[in-house]
Every structure is written in C-alpha cells, then in structure tokens.
Design a protein around this ligand. Sequence first.
Ligand SMILES: [Mg+2]
Ligand SMILES: [Zn+2]
Length: 187
Amino acid sequence: MTGKKRRAVYFDRDGTINTDVGYLSSPDELEIIGGAERSIKKLNDSGVLVIVISNQSGVGRGYFAKDAVEAVNERLKSLLEAEGARLDGVYYCAHSPDEECGCRKPKTGLADRAAREHGIDNSSSYVVGDKASDMGLADKIGARGVLVLTGNGAKELGKLSGRPDFVAKDIAGAVEWIMEDLQEGQG
Ligand SMILES: [Mg+2]
Ligand SMILES: [Zn+2]
C-alpha cells in the first residue's frame, strides 16, 4: 500500500454521541449529547477520520428493521452537518449476541472493514464509547480507548478488566484529551 495511513476516532453511537434511550429506533427520538457537534468538527478540521461503529442488536432481536437504524443514522448525520460536523463513515452490527458474528463489538469486524475502506492505521487510532465492549474493541485493535461517563459509562466503569487510556465526562472531554494526545504524538 502506498501513501501514509490515516488515523481515526471510532465513536460508539448510543450513549456516546446521542442519548441512549434503549433500542433507539426512531429519528424523532434522537437527541445529540451537548458539545458533540463542535467536538466532531474539531476532529474533522484536524484531519482525523471520524467513524461511527455501533452495535444495533435490536435488529437481530426482531425489535426493529435495518431501515430504522439507517433512518436514525441519516438523522444523526444531518443534525451534525447542520453544525458543520461530518461523519466519514457509519458502520453497524445488526446481529443479536446469539448469532456470534464477527462484527459485534468487542469483535473487530467493523473496525477492520473501516480500516480497509478508508486506509486507517487502527493501532494509532482511538475508540470512544460508554461500554466495556467499546474498550474491548480498542484493546483488540491496538487503539487507545476513551470511556465516556454518559450513557452507561459510569455503570460500565466497574466492569472493565483494565483501565481505559482515559475516562472522560462526555464526548467533549474525550475529544479534548484526544486532541492533546495527538499533538503530543506529533510534537
Ligand atoms: Mg453505547
Ligand atoms: Zn454483527
């Protein structure tokens, strides 16, 4: 492969970028967590790719169809775009845990695919999420993991086997730390 590989921040969706209402299936229920737009825009401006990786087992469990997930994702993109923030990719796993797929976090299927499709070096990338499965993904791909205390974050903190690279109050705090970490790495 020619050319330099890029870095990405892989964001979880529910509980990290938007409020986790539990099996969110309607765009009308989508509520972005304060500061997310501005934080994602900062990453866009810095040249780091912003990718969403989300477990949407509500599909596999029969609670809603893929169309519902995609409608929410489209709404998320357009709300962010209205504030000048861009998602470079959105990937989701629609399987239930019983299906034992290769893409449900902490499995790496979606991050591997994103890396191939966008030329990302996962080992110099970041994962931001509110669950142990997000931190598990970070571990498996060799990325730095940031746990946010929004969503399930505070509850999940006790379930972690190791310490995340950083624990942030919310997505804004996570991105602030990542921006500093990036600058230290490049300086
Ligand atoms: Mg989540
Ligand atoms: Zn899957």
